[in-house]
Design a protein around this ligand. Structure first.
Ligand code: PMP
Length: 420
């Protein structure tokens, strides 16, 4: 117990625990882009709660709003009853996010977390179209409950369902077959060729940048082609912006630069502003065919999340924040490209958009080794991709130059340490 910091967790918590294995310490405090463990060791956070802490740990402005709300005995839990905090979030989301982008969506609160949003999107698409099949992509990640697992392209995770996951068809994502093959053309052919035996899908669900799947960024042209396929075949387009929405790639919605308009948008992670669980499903008004109570749940939006989420929208009142994210992303990308050039034997490839950047390494187990070395040196960073072969950089979006620089230097030192 004295020598093993995780003794209690190993004794009392299920074997299913995962991130604590990569980061074997007990954390106690955090601020901005920094986290401290129980012993007072400081870490720079390039993981940001898997994208839930875009505005940083304990963001001071958001914290202040939460304290004020608690001090006035504001409602905390309210099922889906109407509250002032919820009203302010809805109005703020309309005025700060939807209106300036000329977008018209109704907001659905599907449950507390990302997978709840995906489940609701799949159900709604099936209800609107009266069709069953949903098309998804290789290496996609949409969540762990059965519906979202059925559109997740990961063998290990799918096996965990213990049952067949049906009514889906998986297609090659952009770039999956190499840069010479346009997989959108393949999808179009597949739909035309009804001899292949799959009935018309209700929806196509995609991430514009696959986060868990290895930082695979779809090109804007490809996204446009997928959108036109959806329009041509009257298939609903679901964009899962759970990880790469809320500014991760630069703009608030990751798909904005592609100029597409999804029918359904899934949001979670940083939409709760402070790492408080919240999920939204954005739906076109004409698709709002739900009957009251047809999709419900006890925790469909927590008022603390509404308060925090509303305050976080302040970052989007001008385009400053988005520009800063892009600049920081370019800086990170440049640094990483120069870094991988120094180690050709690691066969590194840099990919990403905005502040989701990855380094895919062509040597087995190397990405995990580098992340472990970085953790020792005080940097929290995870891997992604089907064989954990991609180092994923996901710093809080509010990180300053000093924090970025420090983190990048630790990555460089870890590369040097792990060279063969
Ligand atoms: N969709 C995407 C794109 C995600 O990255 C995740 C979580 N990593 C989810 C859905 C599921 O979200 P949650 O873990 O909150 O259920």
């Amino acid at each position: 117990e004295v020598t093993n910091p995780l003794y209690v967790f190993e004794q009392l918590e299920s074997e299913v625990r995962s991130y604590c294995r990569s980061f074997p310490t007990v954390f106690s405090r955090s601020s901005g882009y920094k986290v401290w463990d129980r012993k007072g060791k400081e870490y720079i956070d390039f993981f940001a709660g898997a994208g839930s802490l875009n505005y940083g740990h304990n963001n001071p402005k958001i914290k202040q709003k939460l304290i004020e709300y608690l001090m006035k005995d504001g409602i905390t839990h309210s099922l889906d009853m109407a509250t002032e905090a919820k009203e302010e979030l809805l109005v703020g989301f309309r005025d700060v996010i939807l209106k300036p982008r000329k977008l018209n969506y109704k907001v659905m609160f599907p449950g507390p977390t990302g997978t709840n949003s995906v489940e609701s999107a799949l159900k709604l698409a099936r209800k609107v179209t009266g069709r069953e099949i949903v098309m998804s992509f290789t290496n996609a990640f949409h969540g762990m409950t059965v519906g979202s697992l059925s559109v997740t392209g990961n063998k290990f995770k799918r096996r965990g369902a213990g049952m067949s996951l049906t009514n889906t068809v998986s297609m090659p994502f952009d770039g999956y077959l190499g840069n010479q093959v346009n997989t959108a053309e393949y999808i179009e052919r597949f739909l035309e060729d009804n001899g292949s035996g799959v009935s018309l899908p209700a929806a196509i669900i995609l991430e514009t940048v696959q986060g868990e799947g290895g930082i695979n960024a779809a090109s804007f042209e490809w996204l446009k082609e997928i959108e036109s396929i959806c329009r041509r075949w009257e298939i609903l387009l679901i964009v899962d912006d759970v990880q790469v929405g809320c500014g991760r790639t630069g703009p608030f919605f990751s798909f904005e630069p592609a100029g597409i308009q999804p029918d359904i948008i899934c949001l979670s992670k940083s939409i709760g502003g402070y790492g408080i669980p919240l999920a939204l499903t954005l739906i076109k008004p004409e698709h709002d065919v739900w009957e009251p109570g047809e999709h419900n749940g006890t925790f469909r939006g927590h008022n603390l999340a509404f308060v925090a989420g509303r305050e976080a929208l302040q970052y989007w009142e001008t385009d400053q924040f988005s520009k800063q994210i892009q600049q920081k992303g370019e800086k990170v990308n440049r640094f990483l490209r120069q870094l991988v050039e120094r180690y050709p034997e690691m066969r590194g490839e840099v990919r990403g958009r905005g502040l989701i950047q990855g380094i895919a390494l062509g040597v087995d187990g190397l990405a995990e080794k580098i992340c472990a070395a970085a953790f020792d040196k005080g940097l929290i960073m995870e891997t992604s991709g089907p064989s954990s072969e991609v180092i994923k950089l996901l710093p809080p979006l509010i990180i300053d130059n000093e924090g970025l620089e420090k983190g990048l230097q630790i990555i460089a030192a870890s590369f040097e340490q792990c060279r063969r």
